[in-house]
Design a protein around this ligand. Structure first.
Ligand SMILES: Nc1nc2c(ncn2[C@@H]2O[C@H](COP(=O)(O)OP(=O)(O)OP(=O)(O)O)[C@@H](O)[C@H]2O)c(=O)[nH]1
Ligand SMILES: [Mg+2]
Length: 210
C-alpha cells in the first residue's frame, strides 16, 4: 500500500464524539513506551504525526489519524504505566475497553509487544481479554533493531507459547522496527487486505450527532 496522505483528525475522551464509524479502523495498543506512536509515524512515513516520548504515558487520549482518506489508525494510551494512580488506571481500563468492545468499525486490534522482553503478564492478560470478547487481534513486536534476531525470535516463540495455554491458535504476528522500517510493508499489506473487504457497518447516526 502506498501512503498518499496521513492526517490527524481528532483526540477524544468521549466515545460519543468519535468519527462516524463508516471507515475501517485499526487500534494500536500496548504497554506504555512500547512504541505505538513511533510505529504509527513509521507506517505513515510522517514524523510527528503521533506524539512520541521517552517518558511513558505520553498518549492520553483516543487519537484518530485518517490515512489515504480511506481508513483510520487509532493511537491509544499505553497500559501498565506504573506512575499513575489506581483510580486513573481504572478509568483508563473502563474507557479503552468500552471503546474496543463497542466500536463498530474496528477491524483489528494491533497489540504491540516489546520484542526485547520475555512474555509480560500484563500483555498476556490483555490478549486473553481480547480473546474473551471475541475481538480480532494481531501481535506486532516492536523495537527489533535493539537486539539480535535470535533474541527477538526467542521472545516471540515464548510469547506465542504462553498464549497457546489459553488460545487454540496463536494469532498472526509481525516483527517491526520504527528505526529501520522493518515490517512496514507487511503490516500495511495486512491492513490493505482487510480494507478491500470492508463493508460499512450499520450504525445509529443520531448517537454520533449528539
Ligand atoms: N530503537 C528503537 N526505538 C524505538 C522504536 N520504537 C519506539 N522507540 C523509542 O521508544 C520510546 C517510546 O516510543 P513511543 O512511540 O512514544 O511509545 P508509546 O507506546 O507511544 O508510548 P506512550 O504513548 O507513552 O504509551 C521513544 O523514545 C522512541 O524513540 C524502535 O522501533 N526502535
Ligand atoms: Mg504514544
Amino acid at each position: 500500500m502506498i501512503i498518499k496522505s496521513a492526517d490527524f483528525i481528532c483526540s477524544n475522551t468521549q466515545i460519543s464524539r468519535l468519527p462516524i464509524p463508516i471507515k475501517p479502523e485499526y487500534a494500536f495498543i500496548g504497554r506504555s513506551n512500547v512504541g505505538k506512536s513511533s510505529l504509527i509515524n513509521m507506517l505513515a512515513q510522517k514524523k510527528g504525526l503521533a506524539k512520541t516520548s521517552q517518558t511513558p504515558g505520553k498518549t492520553q487520549l483516543i487519537n484518530h489519524f485518517l490515512i489515504n482518506e480511506n481508513w483510520y489508525i487509532v493511537d491509544l494510551p499505553g497500559y501498565g504505566y506504573a506512575r499513575i494512580s489506581k483510580s486513573k488506571k481504572e478509568d483508563w481500563n473502563k474507557f479503552i475497553r468500552s471503546y474496543l468492545d463497542k466500536r463498530e468499525s474496528l477491524q483489528c486490534v494491533m497489540v504491540l509487544i516489546d520484542s526485547r522482553l520475555e512474555p509480560q503478564k500484563i500483555d498476556l492478560e490483555f490478549c486473553n481479554w481480547l480473546g474473551e470478547k471475541g475481538l480480532p487481534f494481531i501481535l506486532i513486536f516492536t523495537k527489533a533493531d535493539k537486539q539480535s534476531n535470535i533474541k527477538t525470535d526467542q521472545n516471540i516463540a515464548k510469547f506465542r507459547k504462553a498464549l497457546l495455554t489459553t488460545f487454540e491458535e496463536a494469532p498472526q504476528y509481525f516483527v517491526t522496527s520504527a528505526e529501520t522500517l522493518l515490517g512496514r510493508d507487511e503490516v500495511l499489506g495486512f491492513i490493505d487486505g482487510i480494507n478491500k473487504n470492508f463493508d460499512a457497518p450499520v450504525f445509529n447516526e443520531d448517537f454520533y450527532k449528539q
